[in-house]
Design a protein around this ligand. Structure first.
Ligand code: SAM
Length: 309
């Protein structure tokens, strides 16, 4: 019965277009993101980036650059020559990124770095076709309509240009998301907006999005990381400070946010008592690919003149 009420509320919220925006959560998490998320999950982002060649002179687009964890590595790999155009929607995250990777005007044989505030899809729409060598999307394709974003990525890549995506899998932090679902099912009025995230089921899902957008797939793999939080209190702290619960602030009745967090803690305490441990797995996928290189014009077949008559 309560699940039906939750579904009804979700439908009403969808019809009224009350979609939760993760920006407030990322602004709030920006100071702590590099203490919580980056040291744990950032090494998986760096490993994913290492799977696409970035060479000096390249033009690299980074969508949703956050605090610049990957941006700094892209800059390092360009060795002082090339262009980095990064974008993020959260002013808080961008402020941290700009302190880490200061913008540079560039010039002949030097490095240009621009970090812009805005929506990643609109940002791509403003870039010329075939203007990028590499596009990087770390933990953020879920905030888009992925096939539509990838179609824009395909447009801005030059033929042979590469793309890398790392994203959280839909089954990540299962114990936590199940607990949240139960809390909202018990009292659907706690929910004031819908957290709309397109988390993929698996790497094959992302690979299908690539193919649909006209991109080839080179690497397709799954990964998992146990988050370093083993008590209910630690878990709540980790999800709040790492940005892992982005969209939560906007999705929950703000006057009752603490009440929801207390109920999460209580649920996790029950789980800990029952199972003797509280391991949250942050599962994820990595997919890399490319825009197919231009095919050389077909040579005229023997016996044909090649000229139209
Ligand atoms: C989990 S963080 C990832 C940050 C960074 N890529 C990294 O690897 O650490 C997700 C980022 O996506 C940004 N974001 C969410 N929706 C966005 C959108 N529509 N356009 C641009 N940035 C967005 C958030 O502000 C946040 O900085």
């Amino acid at each position: 019965m309560s699940r039906a009420r939750l579904a009804a509320r979700a439908l009403r919220l969808a019809l009224s277009r009350s979609h939760a925006d993760p920006t407030a959560d990322y602004n709030a998490a920006s100071e702590d993101y590099d203490t919580y998320f980056s040291p744990v999950m950032g090494r998986h982002s760096l490993a994913a980036l290492a799977e696409v060649p970035v060479t000096p002179g390249d033009t690299v687009i980074e969508l949703a650059c956050g605090t610049g964890h990957l941006t700094a590595e892209i800059v390092r790999r360009l060795e002082g020559r090339g262009t980095v155009l990064a974008v993020d929607k959260s002013p808080g995250m961008l402020a941290v990124a700009r302190a880490k990777v200061p913008p540079r005007p560039g010039g002949r044989d030097s490095l240009r770095v621009e970090l812009s505030e805005g929506d990643m899809e609109s940002f791509l729409q403003g870039l010329p076709r075939g203007s990028a060598d590499v596009v990087v999307v770390g933990w953020a394709i879920c905030y888009s309509k992925p096939p539509r974003l990838l179609a824009q990525i395909e447009r801005v890549l030059r033929p042979g240009g590469r793309v890398v995506v790392i994203e959280t899998r839909a089954d990540a932090h299962k114990a936590l998301t199940e607990r949240l679902e139960r809390i909202f099912a018990d009292d659907p009025t706690l929910l004031t907006g819908l957290v709309r995230v397109a988390l993929p089921k698996d790497a094959a899902t992302v690979a299908r999005w690539f193919t649909k957008a006209g991109l080839t797939v080179a690497v397709r793999r799954e990964g998992s990381q146990v988050i370093p939080a083993h008590t209910p209190e630690d878990v709540v702290e980790w999800i709040q400070r790492s940005g892992a619960a982005a969209g939560f602030k906007d999705a929950v009745d703000s006057a009752r946010e603490e009440q929801v967090l207390d109920r999460i803690r209580a649920g996790l305490a029950q789980l800990l008592a029952r199972e003797g441990r509280l391991d949250l797995h942050h599962t994820f996928v990595v997919v890399t690919g490319a825009k197919p290189a231009d095919r050389p014009a077909a040579a005229p077949r023997a016996g044909t003149s090649g000229a139209r008559t």
